[in-house]
Every structure is written in C-alpha cells, then in structure tokens.
Design a binder for this molecule. Structure first.
Ligand code: FAD
Length: 557
C-alpha cells in the first residue's frame, strides 16, 4: 500500500503518523510545498509578539524527526501541481530546481489547508501589507516590525478583520508597543459570537488602547508621507495611517488542484466528502481546512477552519484507509481566543446563525462566578446558552470572562455532541472545590436557568430586544447602593428583600419587567410576584447584559 499525502501540517501530518501506527509496511509519502512540516500555525501570533520566545518551539517536527520516528518519506518544497484520479498519480514540482515528476498512489489524502482571503483593496501589494498563515509570513512580519520600530516613533498597525487571528495579532502587536487599530466590516468583533457577547471583547480591546472601528469596509491604501505603508482608507472615507497592515478577513480552501481533477467542491470552495471523509473520486480522501463538513446543529455544509477538527480528521482518514470504518460527525465550531485579560469561547450555534437557518431557538444569559464567590479571585463569566424551545436540546454556548471559560465551553461542547438537553446540564456532576468551581457549576446553573424557562416557572425578557410600550413596567430589585451606580431609565425600585411587603405599590394591569444585576434575584422576585397574581418577565442576564446592549436599542419608557 502506498499512501501519498498532500500538505504536511495539521491534517496531513496526523494522517501520516496514524497511518504508520496502523501499518508498518505501508509506503507513506508526505508532499509539502512549503519549507516546513508539522509546525504550530496556532502559535504564530505569539512568536510575533514575543510571548513564545523561541521560533524553534513552533517546529513540532522536522522531515528528519518524522522519518526517524515514523519512517515517513517527507518531501518539503515539493508542490503537488495536479492529480490524475484515473491513473492514480500526482504531478509534483520540486521547488529546488523547478523539475517535475509523477508520483503514483494507492490512496491519496488531500490536506492542502486554506489560503488567507485577500480582499480587493487597492494597494494591497505594497510592502508592509501581510497576512499570516505560515512561518514564512511570520518571519516577514517580524522583519518588518523590527524595521519600522527602528524609526523611533510608535508604529501604527492596522488589522483588517476582527476574527480570532486578527484579535490575537492585535494583542501581540500591542505587546510590541504598537498603536493598534482594528477595522472590521461587520458591526461586531468576533463574528462567530452574537453581537451582545462580542461587546465584552470589544470593550477589553478599547480598555487596552486598541482602537476598534466597526462597520467600515477598507477600500484602498493611499500614499502618505508620514506612514511606512500608507493611509488605510475606508469606503466611507475614514483614513488610518499605517506602518504595518495585517489582512485577516478569513480563509478560502486551497482546493484548486482538486477541482481541476474533477473532485467535487461545494459552494464554500471546500472539497465535498462523505461521512468517512472520502471524496467522489475513488481512493482520494480529504481533511482539514480544505474540506466542507456538515454542521451538527445548523445542517448544511460549512467550512470551519480549526486545528482540532483537522487533526482528528487526519486520524480518521488513516483509520478508514486501513478498513476501520470511522465516521466523522461534523464540526461544531468550538473555538476560543484570549484578548488581553478576557477569554471568549463558543461552541455550537449562535442566535444569528440559527435565525439564518430558520431554526427555533431560545437563549438565556447569566453571569456566574468562575468559582465559589467566598474563595478569592473568582471572575465573572458572561454566558449565553442557546437551546431548542421545543425539546430543550442544547444548541450552543457563548462565554466571555477569564478563568474557567474554556472548561465550561468544553463541557457544553461535549453535551451538544451527546445530544443533551438543558435538563441533562442540570444533572451533570462536575468537579467542585472552592478554588475551582461552585457546588452549582456555571454549566449546571445555565441548565437550571433554561429549565426554569422551559418548564414555565418564569418567562424571560430578551435583553437584546427589550419589550417596550405602556403595558410594560420596569422594576429594579437590586439594593440602593447598586442602583446608585446606574439603572434602566424609568424603572421603579423595590429591593428584593422589601418586595413581599411592598407589592401593593406595583400595578396589576401591566407586565412587570423585573431586573437585578445578573438575573438571579429578579428570578426570585418573579417567582414571588407571579404567585401573587402579577404578570412578570425576568430580564435575562439583567442589568449586566443590558449594559452591553443599551446603545443599540431604544430605552424603556
Ligand atoms: P494546514 O495546517 O494549513 O496545512 C496545509 C499545508 O498544505 C500547508 O503547509 C501548505 O503549504 C500545504 N500545501 C498546500 N497546497 C499544497 C500543494 N499543492 N502541494 C503540497 N503542499 C501543499 N485553529 C485552532 O483551532 N485554534 C487556534 O488557536 C488557531 N490559531 C491559528 C492561528 C493562525 C495564525 C493560523 C494561520 C491558523 C490558526 N488555526 C487555529 C487554524 C489551524 O491552524 C488550521 O485549521 C489547521 O492548521 C488546518 O490544518 P490543515 O492540515 O487543513 O491545513
């Protein structure tokens, strides 16, 4: 058996190593057009900023180490030019001397990854305009930053695109002392999150002196005598002087040679594969950023470029080549990013994605502590749990905070993969001691809050679309000290502990929209009031969530 793999990083190297573990006798050829294999793309921003000090730390394997350990025939600077599925050969170009040759295969694995999307910005070819995909890009960015730094004044970096990589680069360039501006065409940073959750990340960027410019489409880079690269100009005419520009507006599957060979490519540009990651051409498999996969919740095929799926898919393909018949279950899009002191993570489907696919959904917001409040150092986690209102199935979680965000999102990712409902989240037994969590873990709490809504114990008001009109009466049940720091306009105030004795002050002919700081006391208030004949809505996520949304909606009157 001879296996040829095109692309020697995440998916390709995983497939190769697993194939060797399954067969000592297979011939395994790894073709990589770049100069490196199995390097840590995900670490690139952190070496630019100097957090990962040693460049070598990014080189997880070399052709020599892969040969020594796995007996792989690794050929760097060997580019696959074309595929002949009938003849079962690949045409390969040696970059060293430009010569070409044909390599035959019994099984072919495509793991060519994705290329950065380069938006049609006039002037994008100038020196000092970069995207970041591989070590060579990283080296060029580092060389340029050192060069502009020599000029003395703090350099100005413009990041075009506020996705995960864009924000990691914003943080790292700020770390180098640059004045950073992020320009994003959408009306929020981190598009996989819903806008109200992304607000917390936007605020953290601003608190760290990173300028965030939303809803602005970069159209050109104009000459400027005062900037090393030029002025970044948006369609609306705003200009930003730039000594360095990073384009990070997304990626596109590197599927051209597959499409030319007759391998089916979908509307995302990704190679289409079946559940075993096999393409429409016999003995040709594909993995990683170059494929599109089904989304377990949203359905349809999507291109979700993440390291975890690429690595696992590589392993699955090797299993399938050797007849082990493993099915890939789809990509949920579980992802995480650190932006200064804030961690944002997401799994499953956001509200906006569910609305695009017309799927019923409901969400609850909560702000639990990362661990027991009485133990020092607890940090608030803003959570948005999304579920199916018909059957309680968990559809997604977005969480923004610090400590413990990763743990909660990973638990919910597992729950989604297992098809669990909000009732199941309530029942999960998760580890607890004061430094690590709470007796009711934030995941349990999220389940409880959603369960209360589903079971009709309380009705929620959506903080992203406040109910407005004469029939609504807003009631603040926080303490006077909390209220003194800010409140929803026109809301009445009765602290929760006085509510039982002061109910007669409230109108029975209106719907009460009750809020506290994070939603728990207002839930208690709603239970009390609804059992006494009042019509109540609990403002989900309460004052904390409203603060994130208030400038996008009319105020209650
Ligand atoms: P790649 O790892 O990109 O490998 C594809 C390889 O194929 C490339 O080396 C390319 O040179 C080679 N190739 C292409 N065409 C040919 C050809 N014709 N012949 C020979 N070789 C070819 N994901 C996360 O989950 N978490 C993160 O924190 C994260 N951070 C990231 C940060 C950065 C800066 C980048 C760029 C990516 C990050 N990712 C992250 C995404 C993750 O790295 C990718 O999803 C993953 O590497 C995809 O693996 P792959 O094998 O499909 O493609």
């Amino acid at each position: 058996m001879k296996i040829v793999i095109i692309g020697g990083v995440a998916g390709g190297a995983s497939a190769a190593a697993r194939a060797r573990r399954l067969s000592e006798s297979a011939e395994i050829v790894l073709l990589e057009k770049g100069g490196f294999v199995s390097f840590a793309n995900c670490g690139l921003p952190y070496h630019v900023g100097g957090e990962i000090v040693e460049r070598n730390a990014l080189l997880l394997q070399t052709p020599e180490s892969l040969h020594a350990r796995f007996n792989l025939d690794v050929r760097v600077r060997h580019e696959a030019l074309s595929i002949d599925p009938q003849g079962q050969t690949v045409e390969v170009k040696r970059h060293e001397d430009g010569s070409t040759y044909r390599e035959s295969y019994d099984q072919l694995v495509l793991s060519m990854g994705a290329n950065p999307l380069i938006p049609p910005i006039e002037g994008r070819g100038r020196d000092g305009v970069f995207s970041l995909r591989d070590l060579e890009d990283m080296d060029r960015i580092i060389a340029w930053t050192s060069q502009v730094a020599l000029k003395g004044t703090p350099s100005r970096a413009i990041i075009v695109g506020a996705g995960f990589i864009g924000l990691e680069m914003a943080e790292q360039l700020h770390r180098l002392g640059m004045k950073v501006t992020v320009v994003e065409a959408a009306d929020q940073v981190l598009p996989p999150l819903d806008w109200e959750m992304a607000r917390l990340v936007e605020a953290e960027l601003q608190d760290n002196d990173v300028q965030v410019v939303l809803s602005e489409f970069v159209s050109r880079i104009a000459d400027s005598p005062d900037a090393a690269v030029g002025n970044v100009v948006t369609q609306s005419g705003k200009t930003f002087p730039a000594d360095l520009i990073i384009l990070s507006v997304g990626v596109r599957p590197n599927s051209a040679i597959a499409a030319t060979a007759g391998i089916d490519v979908g509307s995302t540009g990704g190679i289409q594969v079946d559940e075993h990651l096999h393409t429409n051409c016999q003995n040709i498999w594909a993995v990683g950023d170059v494929i599109e996969t089904p989304h377990p919740i949203l359905g349809g095929s999507m291109m979700i470029p993440l390291g975890g799926p690429a690595n696992r898919q590589g392993r699955i393909v090797a299993d399938n080549i050797f007849g082990r018949s493993v099915v890939y279950r789809g990509t949920l899009g579980t992802a995480i990013v650190r932006v200064f002191n804030v961690v944002a993570a997401v799994t499953g489907a956001s509200t906006k994605a569910l609305e695009r696919t017309d799927q019923p959904n409901q969400s609850v917001f909560l702000h639990p502590g990362s661990h027991a409040g009485y133990y020092p150092g607890a940090q608030t986690i803003a959570m948005k749990l999304t579920f199916d209102p018909d059957n309680g199935r968990v559809l997604g979680l977005q969480a923004v905070g610090g400590d413990g965000v990763d743990k909660r999102v990973d638990v919910v990712a597992t729950a989604i993969a297992a098809g669990m409902t909000v009732d199941d989240l309530v029942e999960l037994e998760l580890c607890y001691a004061p430094p690590f969590g709470s007796a009711k873990d934030p995941v349990n709490l999220a389940g409880m809050v959603a369960q209360n809504v589903l079971r009709g114990l309380v009705q929620n008001a959506d903080p992203t679309a406040l109910p407005l009109g004469d029939q609504f009466y807003y009631l603040d049940v926080r303490s006077s000290q909390e209220r003194a720091k800010g409140a929803l306009p026109m809301s009445a105030h009765i602290p929760l502990d006085e509510l039982r004795g002061r109910q007669n002050e409230l109108p029975k002919d209106k719907t009460l929209v009750v809020y506290c700081q994070s939603g728990q006391r207002s839930y208690n208030a709603c239970r009390l009031l609804s059992q006494n004949g009042f019509d109540c809505l609990n403002l989900s996520g309460a004052y904390k969530t409203w603060l994130l949304t208030r400038d996008r909606q009319s105020l209650p009157v």
